[in-house]
Write a protein that binds this ligand. Sequence first.
Ligand code: FA5
Length: 346
Amino acid sequence: MNDLDPLVTEARAEFAAALTPADLENAKARFIGKSGRVTELLKGLAALTPEEKKARGAAINQIKQQVEGALNARRSELAEAELQEQLKAEALDVTLPGRRRGEGGLHPVSLSIERIEAIFGSMGFDVADGPEIETDWFNFTALNTPADHPARSMHDTFYVEGGHLLRTHTSPMQVRYAVQHVKRHAERETRGERVPEIRVIAPGRTYRVDSDATHSPMFHQCEGLWIGENVSFADLKSVLGDFFAAFFETNDLNIRFRPSFFPFTEPSAEVDIAFASGPLKGRWLEVGGAGQVHPNVVRNFGLDAERYIGFAFGLGPDRLTMLRYGVNDLRLFFDGDVRFLSQFKV
Ligand code: FA5
């Protein structure tokens, strides 16, 4: 024990009190920095005799070494603590389940359209696709719609630049598909042979100036067309009857053909369905329009209207989807809310 020992004790206490490397460096400066207490003691040696210097110098150096030893020990402690802190912060809990990538799914209306295609496919219907921006000819004129028909007004139809419009129904696909079909079989027609039957559906997006719980400005339709030499309204009823039974997987269903008017069919009907049981029991909902294709339209297909006859229909896949899943507002399908849409994931 000498008079310098308390200095070492003090240094140890100050180093221990330093909680960060910066605090420790400050504490170090107070003892062995340029004007630190140990350094000052060394400077004081100058005033001593050579004899005294030797003994005192050795003692001071000894405590200097002890202070440096304490400093290094504390440095290691702080570095170790910092490392532990970092490891803790970056710790991986390997027992946690992995994060899954969000899985998408088909939109409920797309699921319905897939079902519609599969069911009509099994009845021998081809599937066709066509433009959503249409000409006045295909959307109206070729479908026997007169110039003053209210559907042609700006209140009902979205017109786009260049005299085009957003198709208001999928019926223009009747004409587009039939004209191509007739062209493909033109030689038979000139030889007086029978043109093969036209049997096609054309699902897709359609647009109208319309918005409420059962009407959306963008909605879907699925056109159907069956033309042959002897295709009757009775065939229409049985095809749609079979379709609805397959689509809703039930025979507990009433179908009503309500007399109506479309310029392109004669006679025409609105098609309503009502379930005979379940939560929607007894409520009629219109799901489409249909009828025997008007002879003027058959002529616009390029066919002999005396020889060829058949039916067309336009179903609303959005309404069918509402019924299938019990959704009461059509607009929910198009709001893009993932919480709503993810319920239909299959
Ligand atoms: C038509 O659009 C005719 N082209 C259907 C047709 C085709 C008749 C072939 C004869 C022969 P309508 O305007 O009734 O008809 O529409 C048919 C179906 O589309 C409606 O029953 C309904 O299910 C659906 N629909 C019509 N407007 C909307 C809308 N704004 N939102 C959602 N669905 C609609």
